[in-house]
Design a protein around this ligand. Structure first.
Ligand code: NI
Length: 504
């Protein structure tokens, strides 16, 4: 048994706190590298330097904690000296620092110098809000609410802001960083972001919105930029991994649909004709069409054309009468897969039991119109009879979709002055057609589509019926043929550019 081993055994027996100190030194109980002060001659240069440094540090400590209570313990590169409340720590490159009080307790609990914090690199500072001290891996904060490390990306700014007594307050959880090096840490003030050497708290309205969306675990993920606030027409804009968040007094806080960020910016962002986002974007199940409200109007994005705008694109309206029926759901699947919408003129007496089909039409940005109640030629009825047809059908549709329909189409397109007046009284705008597909008669997708394509022109309304299997079979190829001809298949509201923001 060598001398070193004997010294180690003695140390282990003699010192109650030895295990904790060894942890602080980053060494395990079975190494032979702890050298008590009595063996300082073993490395006189280090022990002398350490003693001088420790003596200087002791003068900065409160009297209750400035008297060594045990021997100096050293490895080749690190030394510690036990104090009544903690210890003095010396390391070759870090100099001498005292670690005391709750900071010492937390540091030792985390593994001391061998733990994730590493060695102390600064002196402890205390305010009314708690104490903090720099370590290699960040600043350890011990406050009445617990101990947390301020991430390295935040240390400078947090201390410059007054540390735990400043506006950020104490950190409430550990920092997290993206692979790109953008870090976020929650403080009492809320989340603080650090990007490229700068850091700032999230704006309060961005913070509230981010939290409501599930924070870092939600759709927005982590912030990836500092907030830009005070921009014209808006209060703040901040990039997250899941998209751009814009907040404003006029529109509230919303994520701009990622596909719309570029066109919105090109339109002038908050100062363009779209204005500021005023609602969350919604998309169809296949994601082929999405819509978002802005203070300037409603913007529809489609996978075929990007931002849909029939004032600048050659649109044609697809309309389907006489449903809903057994093929309507399949037709909606086809429309979503093909990134297209249509207007459905439904019969009032087919609405009960099919309400969910109507709500699906609306949720996928197709639209429900009124084809009267019973498919009786309205011109065979007196004014009161016609009014009853429109009113009852409108009420059934309105109850199903939650708002009144705006378009009406009389059965067979037959109408007289009473039809027009009673439809208007029911709040319906009558729409007929430009291209009659004769699908009900042809019952052949190829022939029906050939007939449509031989007549259709930009701006036209195409009449079809979703109650025929052959019609629904022909819709996907029809959309392909329309697109090949440079035409964009849409609903009537889109054809009429209803609700769009003004052109820039
Ligand atoms: Ni009809």
């Amino acid at each position: 048994m060598g001398k070193g081993h004997g010294a180690r055994s003695q140390t282990r027996k003699a010192m109650g706190m030895a295990a904790a100190f060894m942890i602080a030194l980053g060494i395990t109980a079975c190494t032979s590298s702890i050298e008590p002060l009595t063996r300082a001659s073993h490395n006189p240069t280090v022990s002398e330097k350490v003693t001088i440094a420790f003596r200087a540090t002791l003068t900065t400590l409160p009297p209750a904690n400035n008297t060594p209570t045990g021997p100096l313990q050293c490895t080749a590169t690190e030394c510690l000296q036990k104090l009544p409340d903690g210890m003095l720590w010396w390391a070759k490159s870090k100099g001498a620092n005292a670690v005391s009080g709750p900071i010492a307790k937390e540091w030792l609990a985390s593994g001391g110098a061998a733990g994730p914090l590493g060695a102390p690199t600064g002196t402890q500072s205390c305010t009314d809000g708690g104490c903090h001290q720099r370590f290699e891996a960040g600043t350890l904060v011990a406050s009445p609410s617990g101990a947390v490390v301020v991430g390295p990306a935040f240390v400078e700014a947090w201390e410059a802001n007054g540390a735990e007594a400043g506006p950020w307050g104490v950190p409430t959880a550990a920092a997290t960083c993206t692979p790109e090096g953008v870090c976020t840490q929650p403080f009492a003030v809320g989340a603080v972001v650090a990007v490229g050497g700068s850091s700032a708290p999230l704006a309060p309205d961005v913070e509230a919105y981010w939290s409501a969306q599930g924070g870092a675990d939600g759709v927005l993920g982590h912030p990836t930029s500092l907030a830009e606030c005070g921009l014209a027409g808006e209060s703040c804009r901040q990039q997250f991994s899941g998209g751009l968040v814009v907040t404003s007094p006029a529109g509230g806080a919303h994520r701009v649909l990622p596909q719309l960020v570029e066109p919105w910016t090109a339109n002038g962002a908050g100062t363009g004709t779209w204005g500021l986002p005023s609602g969350e974007a919604a998309c169809t199940p296949a994601g082929s069409t999405c819509r978002q409200s802005f203070t300037g109007g409603q913007v529809t994005w489609r996978s075929d054309v990007g931002v849909l705008d029939c004032r600048t694109q050659q649109c044609v309206a697809l309309t389907f009468d006489d449903g809903p029926g057994g093929e309507t759901t399949r037709l909606l699947d086809i429309l979503d897969a093909a990134s297209a919408q249509a207007t459905f003129f439904v019969l009032g007496n087919k609405v009960p039991g099919n309400e969910s089909i109507l709500t699906r039409m609306e949720s996928e940005f197709s639209e429900v119109g009124v084809h009267a109640l019973t498919h009786t030629p309205l011109v065979d009825l007196n004014a009161a009879g016609q009014q009853a047809e429109w009113n009852q059908a409108s009420q059934l549709v309105s109850a199903a979709i939650g708002h009144p329909a705006i378009y009406g189409r009389p059965p067979y397109g037959l109408h007289n002055a009473d039809t027009d007046a009673t439809a208007a009284a029911a709040g319906l705008r009558l729409v007929f057609w430009d291209v009659d597909s004769l699908d009900w008669s042809l019952r052949d997708p190829v022939a029906t589509n050939a007939r449509i394509m031989s007549q259709v022109e930009p701006g036209d309304v195409i009449l079809m019926h979703d109650v025929h299997t052959t019609t629904v079979d022909g819709v996907a190829p029809l959309i392909d043929q329309l697109r090949a001809a440079g035409l964009v298949p849409v609903s009537l509201s889109e054809l009429n550019s209803a609700g769009l923001p003004p052109l820039g």
